[in-house]
Design a protein around this ligand. Sequence first.
Ligand SMILES: Cc1cc2nc3c(=O)[nH]c(=O)nc-3n(C[C@H](O)[C@H](O)[C@H](O)COP(=O)(O)O)c2cc1C
Ligand SMILES: Nc1ncnc2c1ncn2[C@@H]1O[C@H](COP(=O)(O)OP(=O)(O)OP(=O)(O)O)[C@@H](O)[C@H]1O
Ligand SMILES: [Mg+2]
Length: 500
Amino acid sequence: MEIDKAIGESDDKRLKTKYNNAIFVIRRALSLYSIEEVAFSFNGGKDSTVLLHLLRAGYFLHKKELSCSNGGLSSFPVRTIYFESPSAFTEINAFTYDAAQTYGIQLDIIRQDFKSGLEALLKANPIRAIFLGVRIGDPTAVGQEQFSPSSPGWPPFMRVNPILDWSYRDVWAFLLTCKVKYCSLYDQGYTSIGSIHDTVPNALLSVNDTSSKEKFKPAYLLSDGRLERAGRVKKNASTKNDVGSDSQKHEVLLASVIAVGDEILSGTVEDQLGLSLCKKLTSVGWSVQQTSVLRNDIDSVSEEVDRQRSICDMVFIYGGVGPLHSDVTLAGVAKAFGVRLAPDEEFEEYLRHLISEHCTGDRNEMAQLPEGITELLHHEKLSVPLIKCRNVIVLAATNTEELEKEWECLTELTKLGGSTSSLMELYASRRLMTSLTDVEIAEPLSKLGLEFPDIYLGCYRKSRQGPIIICLKGKDNARIDSAVQALRKKFKEGVFVDMK
Ligand SMILES: Cc1cc2nc3c(=O)[nH]c(=O)nc-3n(C[C@H](O)[C@H](O)[C@H](O)COP(=O)(O)O)c2cc1C
Ligand SMILES: Nc1ncnc2c1ncn2[C@@H]1O[C@H](COP(=O)(O)OP(=O)(O)OP(=O)(O)O)[C@@H](O)[C@H]1O
Ligand SMILES: [Mg+2]
């Protein structure tokens, strides 16, 4: 079989190891599932093309072992699905159809979105496992293994990722060593291909040329594979506000507080950080919109962070931060922003000081941070900097004392004009207690709210029959005093008692 032969004859040891591992995963899947139960998700991209040939080789070797075949491979019996979209490059479409014809592939064309398409596919066929050309550097690879069940909310199947651990260099070493055809766009400077709306040639491959038309080197000449997505336009610009802009200076800022921990949900530990954080945020004028407690699960974290980051100015998340298998918070944040977790040398340096001889070097997973969106907030009182990913602050605190310290540093950093800017200005507040009934006070309070739209008015009581406590909050002390005076004027003297 020509692929197996080409790799066998190559003296690239690394490529051989990668090839053997991928073939092992494919053969494992082919023995776990029958041929009717597997499918290959093929889209004509480079990773997909690598996988096509690995599957051809893997299937051939699998069959040979069962001594059903010893010749070549004229047809490819694994059901192959292609999600065709109107926004795909014509070159990608053409290559996909071409490859299908060359290798005897019966293509199932699906013209629906991934989820609905897969639902229909699984309803009509006994498919239990799908091969994908996902690699560890892809944003969607976060948290995946070579065998990973589909995410919650997706139809149930096993995702099989034989080239998960392949680098950009490995992909090109394979395609060039095996001398197989790949989509022509990769010879025109494209290094990773999405839709026509979000993909351009990689500027790092641009060739200075005197003629008017910009020229690009082929994809395999990109020297730093970590930059393969440099030609992909970011999709996730939809954070509510990137904190630091002036537009929101006079609005009430919205915060969301997320705790991550199975132990909180099972009642094994009490979450005191949430309570403390809500108090702290409120004391500096933020309005906490929601608190939530999540399982130690990457998808749960990513879905919630994605939701909250787009509706709140700032999201505070704690729990699940560290090197344990259950510490998935940073992976969830990375997935929410559609980026990968990547080693961060600066962060690693801090950790090395902290854990010195226990540091395990390249497997030190704590040193991996969401790539391209992480800012480290340093403070001399902290042994490790605070982590800020756009408008998400990841707190490492595990108890209220540690939170106190991190909070102090965070507010100090902001006063120093740090990266979260001056958003944490202290708010003024006053509380009044009254024995008036809620029926008596309801309407005048509503009116007061209309007269002072810049003042937050809140009410609560400690018992059903007890007095009502009214809170007034705002940025301007004088405005709060005016609001209190206006409220007092509506009633007889002495019905409101100032509380400290
Ligand atoms: C066959 C197949 C299975 C997928 N399974 C999942 C899944 O289980 N969970 C998930 O979050 N996304 C799943 N996806 C979606 C991909 O992770 C990812 O969103 C998509 O490939 C990226 O395409 P885009 O960059 O065009 O958005 C699947 C996609 C395909 C083609
Ligand atoms: N439209 C699609 N139809 C079928 N499978 C798809 C589709 N889009 C993505 N996939 C699956 O997801 C995998 C990862 O996609 P991704 O875009 O990262 O890789 P690629 O397209 O193979 O290569 P490149 O990174 O150069 O674009 C693909 O290899 C393929 O298995
Ligand atoms: Mg692609």
